[in-house]
Design a protein around this ligand. Structure first.
Ligand code: PDD
Length: 280
C-alpha cells in the first residue's frame, strides 16, 4: 500500500513518521486553528477565500500566519494528486512550550501540519441523511475555525447515537449551523440560511451556494430561522467543503416533505458539479 505523505514543520514525510511533542499547545490546550480546503483534480478550490478565513482565525487567537498565501499554495499543492478529488486539512498550533501554562509562551515557533484525504460528494438523488436538532452548547467564537472542537464532537456523536448523520444546532430558539456544516432550508419557496455572525462559521461552501442562487435568479435570503420555521421547511440541506451539499430528509424522526431529496437540491447539486467542472 502506498504510504500517505503529510507535511510537518517544513518537511514532507510518511504519516507514520510525523511526530510532535506532548508539550505542543494544540495537544495540551487545543490552542490552534485549522482549515479544510477541497481540491478538484489537484486544483485547490477557493483557496484565497480559505486563506482569508485562515488569516481571520489566526488574528482571533493572536497568532501570526507563518506563511504567505503563495507559500501556502505551493506547500499544499505538493500534497495533492492531479487525478483525484481530495481535501486538505491544515492546522497551526501555538507550538511547543517549555511548560504547561495557560499564558502564551514567548519565542515559540508555531507547529504547522497538513494532510490530505479523499472527497466523495453525495450524489444519490433518492436518499439523504437524517439529522437531530440540538441545543447549541458551543462558545461565542464559532466564526473562528479553532481546533478546540470538543462541543462539536459531542454534538455530532449524540446525533450518531440517534442514528442521525448530523446535529442541527439551535441557540435561543434559532438555527445556527450543523456540528460540522452550514445549514440551508427552503421555506415558503425561498432558499434561506442564517446570516453570518460569531454564532456560525462563515462557510466557503455556503458562500458558493448563495453565489449560485443569485447568479441563477433563485430567490434566497440570509435571515434568522426559528425552530417553528424549520418545521415548515420543504427542504433542508447541510453544506461543507468535504460533504458539498447534502439533503436532510428526516429531522427529529419527522420526514422533511416527502422524505426524499427535494427538487431545489437536485438543481443545486447539478449547478455545483457544473461549477466544479468549469474550474478543472
Ligand atoms: N467543517 N460550520 C462548521 C462548524 C464546520 O465545521 C464547517 C466545516 C462548516 C462549513 O464550512 P466550509 O463550507 O468552509 O467547509 C460550517 C470542516 C469541513 C471540518 O471541520 O472538517
Amino acid at each position: 500500500m502506498e504510504t500517505e505523505t503529510v507535511y510537518l514543520n517544513g518537511q514532507y514525510l510518511p504519516l507514520a513518521d510525523a511526530k510532535i511533542s506532548v508539550m505542543d499547545r494544540g495537544f495540551l490546550f487545543g490552542d490552534g486553528i485549522y482549515e479544510v480546503i477541497p481540491a478538484y483534480s489537484g486544483q485547490l478550490f477557493r483557496l484565497e477565500d480559505h486563506l482569508e478565513r485562515l488569516d481571520n482565525s489566526l488574528k482571533a487567537i493572536r497568532l501570526q500566519n507563518p506563511h504567505s498565501h503563495e507559500q501556502w499554495r505551493n506547500l499544499l499543492t505538493k500534497l495533492l494528486k492531479k487525478d483525484l478529488d481530495q481535501s486538505v486539512y491544515l492546522q497551526i498550533t501555538r507550538g511547543v512550550a517549555p511548560k504547561r501554562d495557560h499564558a502564551f509562551p514567548q519565542n515559540v515557533t508555531p507547529t504547522v501540519f497538513a494532510m490530505v484525504s479523499g472527497i466523495t460528494p453525495h450524489a444519490d438523488p433518492d436518499n439523504g441523511i437524517k439529522a437531530l436538532s440540538m441545543e447549541d452548547s458551543r462558545w461565542k467564537l464559532c466564526h473562528t475555525k479553532a481546533i478546540t472542537l470538543l462541543a462539536n464532537v459531542l454534538l455530532r456523536q449524540e446525533a450518531i447515537d440517534h442514528d442521525c448523520a448530523e446535529a442541527l444546532l439551535f441557540k435561543d430558539g434559532y438555527l445556527t449551523e450543523g456540528a460540522a456544516s452550514n445549514v440551508f432550508a427552503v421555506i415558503d419557496g425561498i432558499l434561506v440560511t442564517p446570516p453570518k455572525s460569531s454564532a456560525i462559521l462563515p462557510g466557503i461552501t455556503r458562500d458558493v451556494i448563495l453565489e449560485i442562487a443569485r447568479k441563477n435568479n433563485i430567490p434566497c435570503s440570509e435571515q434568522a430561522i426559528s425552530t417553528d420555521d424549520m418545521k415548515k421547511a420543504s427542504e433542508i440541506w447541510i453544506t461543507s467543503s468535504t460533504r458539498e451539499i447534502i439533503p436532510v430528509v428526516e429531522l427529529d424522526s419527522e420526514k422533511v416533505a416527502d422524505g426524499k431529496p427535494g427538487p431545489l437540491w437536485k438543481v443545486f447539486y447539478k449547478l455545483f458539479q457544473e461549477y466544479k467542472q468549469s474550474l478543472r
